[in-house]
Design a protein around this ligand. Sequence first.
Ligand SMILES: CC(C)(COP(=O)(O)OP(=O)(O)OC[C@H]1O[C@@H](n2cnc3c(N)ncnc32)[C@H](O)[C@@H]1OP(=O)(O)O)[C@@H](O)C(=O)NCCC(=O)NCCS
Length: 187
Amino acid sequence: MVTGKSPEKSAGQDGSRGAGQSPEGGVGQDGARGVGKSARESRTEQIQVVQQQHINGYRRLFGGQLMAWMDVVAGVTARRHSGHIVTTAFVDNLEFLAPAYIDNLVIINGRVTHTGRTSMEVLVEADTEAMDSSRRPLNQAYFVMVALDETDRPVPVPPLILETEEERREWAAAEKRRAYRQGYRQK
Ligand SMILES: CC(C)(COP(=O)(O)OP(=O)(O)OC[C@H]1O[C@@H](n2cnc3c(N)ncnc32)[C@H](O)[C@@H]1OP(=O)(O)O)[C@@H](O)C(=O)NCCC(=O)NCCS
């Protein structure tokens, strides 16, 4: 997907998190420039209600619908981090863990786990919430989003400021995924 640049903060029906400036710093690489941003500044949450038009012939949420919702959350998260329009370059580890049914809530969260020069890795996690408020993991995937300038060329993104131990662990794992993807592309 390509998300347009606009000032609004929501990703559909969302309860999104606010943005703000971070101190100088961050761990961007390969020529990433400027003031860093933390993952919390671009974190995005979208809530959907599974309705008739979202289900397949087996009364379950259609997988393609969920992928589209997740793609939008990845795009909004990356747009908030970069301040540019973004496009989806790669999606990996997309795993359907459980079904969702009509009237379930689907809660989708996105956060930046890694930044390169022009690309960002966004972890998108989807959970279902049943009537009794119990939650189950539904799906999760890593999206590689690339920031684009007005001529559709990749443009540098702010480096990611790591604030927690978990974020540092995610960064280290993301470096391995990035190396794997680069090897895969060179084949
Ligand atoms: C993604 C795209 C902009 C990359 O353009 P490009 O000319 O290959 O640009 P570059 O080689 O400079 O790569 C730019 C960044 O994207 C990353 N990238 C490009 N293709 C990638 C892929 N298949 N997987 C993972 N990362 C990828 C590069 O690693 C680089 O990241 P970095 O700057 O952080 O190091 C281009 O391939 C494109 O427009 N693809 C179609 C995207 C699209 O339409 N998506 C919607 C799906 S329908």
